[in-house]
Design a binder for this molecule. Structure first.
Ligand code: 5GP
Length: 217
C-alpha cells in the first residue's frame, strides 16, 4: 500500500520532469545577479553552467560560473554534438551541455539558463514547454551607465554590446515573459512569481500517479 503514490506525489515537483527557464537580455540588464539570487532562494531550481571559450573574468570560478574551455575543445564538443545549443556571442563561443541538461530535468529539477537570443531561439524549437523570459534595463542610458560602472568591458566592447542589445530587443515577442529590471528586489519578486505560477501548471502533473490514486480507492 505504501508504494501507491499520493496525490501530493503526483503534483509535487520531484515527481515530474524539470522545467527549462531561459533568461535572455542585454549584458548589463542584470541577468547574472538575478540568476544567482533566484537559485539561492528557490528550491529545486539549478543554474545551467554553460561552456565558453571566453577568458576568465576576475572572481569567476571554473565549473561554477562557466566551464572555461579552449576553442579546440569547444569545436570537438560541437562535432560530437555535445551541445543542445551553442552560439558565438561578442567573439566568443558559448554552449549549453546536452547531457547535463537532460540529467537535471530527468531528476525533476528545474533549470535556469542565462543564454543569448540565438541560443534561446534554438531551444524554443526543441523545448516547446520551456519558459522564455526577456529581461530589459529601464533605459538605454541606464544600460550604458551599468556597463561602464561594472568595469568589465572596454569602450569598444560596450558600444558593441549596446548595438547588439538594440538588434536583439526586436525579437522580444518570441519570449513568453518580459521584465524590466529597474529594481533588483522588485524584479526578483516578479520572476519568483513567474516560476511559481509555471510550476503550478496542470501540464506538468504526472497523470499516471493520479490514476494510481483512483485505483487505490
Ligand atoms: P558574458 O560573457 O557576459 O558572461 O555573457 C555574454 C552573453 O553570452 C550573455 O548574453 C549570455 O546570456 C550569453 N550566454 C552565456 N552562456 C550561453 C550559452 O550557453 N549559450 C548561449 N547561446 N549564450 C550564452
Amino acid at each position: 500500500m505504501n508504494n501507491i503514490p499520493t496525490i501530493e506525489d503526483a503534483v509535487s515537483l520531484g515527481q515530474r520532469q524539470g522545467i527549462l527557464f531561459v533568461i535572455s537580455g542585454p549584458s548589463g540588464a542584470g541577468k547574472t545577479s538575478l540568476c544567482n539570487q533566484l537559485v539561492t532562494r528557490i528550491p529545486r531550481l539549478r543554474f545551467s553552467i554553460s561552456c565558453t571559450t571566453r577568458p576568465h573574468r576576475s572572481g569567476e570560478v571554473d565549473g561554477q560560473d562557466y566551464a572555461f574551455v579552449s576553442k579546440d575543445t569547444f569545436q570537438k564538443m560541437i562535432d560530437a554534438k555535445e551541445f543542445l545549443e551553442w552560439a558565438e556571442v561578442y567573439g566568443h563561443l558559448y554552449g549549453t551541455h546536452r547531457t547535463a541538461t537532460a540529467q537535471t530535468l530527468t531528476e525533476g529539477i528545474d533549470l535556469l539558463l542565462d543564454i543569448d537570443e540565438q541560443g534561446a531561439m534554438q531551444l524554443k524549437k526543441t523545448f516547446q514547454k520551456g519558459v522564455f523570459i526577456y529581461l530589459l534595463p529601464p533605459s538605454w542610458d541606464e544600460l550604458q551607465t551599468r556597463l561602464q560602472t561594472r568595469g568589465l568591458d572596454s569602450q569598444e566592447s560596450i558600444q558593441m554590446r549596446l548595438n547588439r542589445a538594440r538588434d536583439e530587443m526586436q525579437h522580444f515577442r518570441q519570449y513568453t515573459y518580459i521584465a524590466v529590471n529597474n529594481d533588483l528586489n522588485q524584479t526578483l519578486k516578479e520572476l519568483e512569481a513567474v516560476i511559481t505560477a509555471e510550476r503550478m501548471k496542470t501540464a506538468y502533473v504526472d497523470k499516471s500517479c493520479l490514476d494510481g490514486q483512483n485505483h487505490a480507492q
